[in-house]
Design a protein. Structure first.
Length: 317
């Protein structure tokens, strides 16, 4: 299936207290030729402490400096700190009250110059296929064999993504969709394994557990993924990532230093071929499983921590 879209979906952009990351993300976004036809909505969360006010002021200044680049630019700034989850829920719902689809970006997601082309085409192609719930912008740095350009899998990635009004409304209108105790009640052992991609070390279900203990505080992404999983939904995923998380430099609230993610290669080619068959690609899923199992082995993780400690001590002394 080839390129069909002439429509451009709006962008919901979520920012907080990182001026430099915001600037880098918006500069990358402006390399997309569709930007001048795109409505841009920025949602800036409020400060947790007084010292963050100046940083947030500067974030707003940077966002407003891009006004001439977009079809329209609207900024919503919260007086209090809502948390990322609430800010995103309200912001996405706000945009989807006026549009049928939305592209979601955070302030630390550097994008390919073909990111918007990929997103807009995917949103148009699969808008009427209710099994497709989500468009992933990110993929892991894996070399996949085959001539395909994107594929379907169950796993949701939140580093640059898109969805439709009707799918989002089902999620938001369900009073149990963000309740970790509800997920724990309805997921059996096999479901948990599938939700975790059958990894040797839990990656997704652990986030559900952490939301019950308070280690995480109602993080949105894991519940959105949980809802998609329950509906047996699929997520379109690029073979080569369209985004890079530059927040894995240790600056983010829920991210730590990870050079591999911070240096992910971007797709420098336009995605032109989209899958006609709506089914999970088990070859790709298996390759991702192998990659994550290798990444999560204890010795590599201990080595990476040792390197970080060494660099910290070297810089300090």
């Amino acid at each position: 299936m080839g390129i069909v879209s002439e429509m451009t979906s709006p962008i919901a952009f979520f920012a907080f207290n990182r001026p430099y990351h915001t600037l880098e993300t918006l500069n990358s976004l402006c390399n997309n030729q569709e930007i001048s036809q795109t409505d841009f909505y920025a949602f800036i969360d409020g400060p947790r402490k007084t010292s963050e006010i100046q940083l947030i002021d500067n974030v707003e200044k940077i966002i407003r400096s891009f006004e001439s680049k977009f079809k329209s630019l609207t900024v919503y700034r919260s007086d209090s700190n809502l948390s990322m989850a609430i800010n995103q829920k309200r912001g996405i719902s706000k945009v989807l009250s006026d549009f049928d689809s939305v592209i979601v970006l955070e302030d630390d997601i550097f994008v390919s110059k073909y990111f918007l082309s990929y997103m807009n085409n995917a949103l148009e192609i699969y808008k009427n296929n209710k099994r497709v719930w989500h468009i992933n912008g990110f993929n892991y740095p894996i070399k996949f064999d085959g001539e395909f350009e994107c594929f379907f899998m169950r796993s949701m990635q939140c580093w640059g993504w898109a969805t439709w009004k009707d799918r989002w409304k089902n999620f938001i209108d369900d009073p149990l969709s963000c309740d970790p105790y509800y997920l724990k009640a309805i997921f059996n052992k096999n479901m948990i394994k599938e939700f975790d991609l059958n990894l040797s070390k839990s990656m997704n279900w652990k986030q559900v557990e952490d939301n019950t203990t308070g280690k995480l505080n109602n993080t949105l992404a894991i519940f959105w993924y949980g809802f998609i999983f329950i509906q047996k939904g699929l997520c379109l995923t690029p073979k080569i990532s369209m985004t890079r998380n530059i927040g894995h430099d240790g600056s983010g609230i829920h991210s730590s230093l990870d050079k591999e993610f911070a240096s992910t290669n971007l797709n420098h080619n336009k995605v032109k071929i989209f899958p006609n068959v709506i089914e999970e690609n088990f070859y790709c899923l298996n390759q991702i499983r192998k990659y994550l199992n290798k990444k999560n082995r204890i010795l590599p993780r201990l080595f990476n921590k040792a390197v970080l400690i060494f660099k910290y001590l070297k810089n300090k002394f």
